[in-house]
Each structure stands twice: as C-alpha cells, then as structure tokens.
Unconditional design. Structure first.
Length: 100
C-alpha cells in the first residue's frame, strides 16, 4: 500500500517538473522571438533544440485540434492544463476506487 503512494508521489513530482520545463521552454521561445537571447550561442541553441525535440511531439496533436489563432500558440497552455488534470486526477481516482 505504501509503495503505491510513493509511486503516485513520484509521478506527480515528475509531472510538476514537466510543467516547469514547459514554462521555461515557452519563456525561452519568447526571449528568442524578441531578440533578447541570441541563438548564435551554442549553449542556448542546444537547450532550445533539446526542449523543442522533447515538447514538439506532445504539442503536435494539440496544435492539430486547436484552431489557428494567428501567431498565438495556445498548445503549451493546453498541455499544462492536461498535465495538471492528470496530476490531480490520478490520486483522486485511486482514492475513489479504494486502491489508496
């Protein structure tokens, strides 16, 4: 019983890290768009490419469903909301079923 609680806690902690990484990725993309951060820096470029390759497969299906907003990308916000739904819904679902 206690191991399941620890597993749920680890999953929610990883989901929280995913939310923070998504926020960092969004802020970096804004800073690059407004030329605050230069993409000529190898360190910045490697971080942005890594985050792009990590988040784009998750955002692609959401972008297909959402309508075109004319330059405003709401897919990261929708992904954050979905992650928060799983993060809060998983323990509640397990409690309701009597597993926890």
């Amino acid at each position: 019983m206690n191991t399941l609680i620890v597993v749920v806690d680890i999953v929610t902690m990883v989901l929280q890290w995913l939310i923070w990484a998504l926020v960092i990725w969004a802020v970096l993309s804004w800073l690059i768009a407004f030329n605050v951060i230069n993409m000529q820096n190898r360190f910045v470029r490697s971080i942005v490419i890594g985050l792009d390759s990590f988040f784009n497969p998750m955002l692609r299906p959401i972008r297909r469903i959402l309508p075109d907003m004319g330059g405003i990308d709401l897919a990261p916000m929708v992904l954050i909301l979905l992650i928060m739904l799983v993060q809060r819904g998983l323990p509640a679902l397990l409690l309701d079923t009597g597993v926890l």
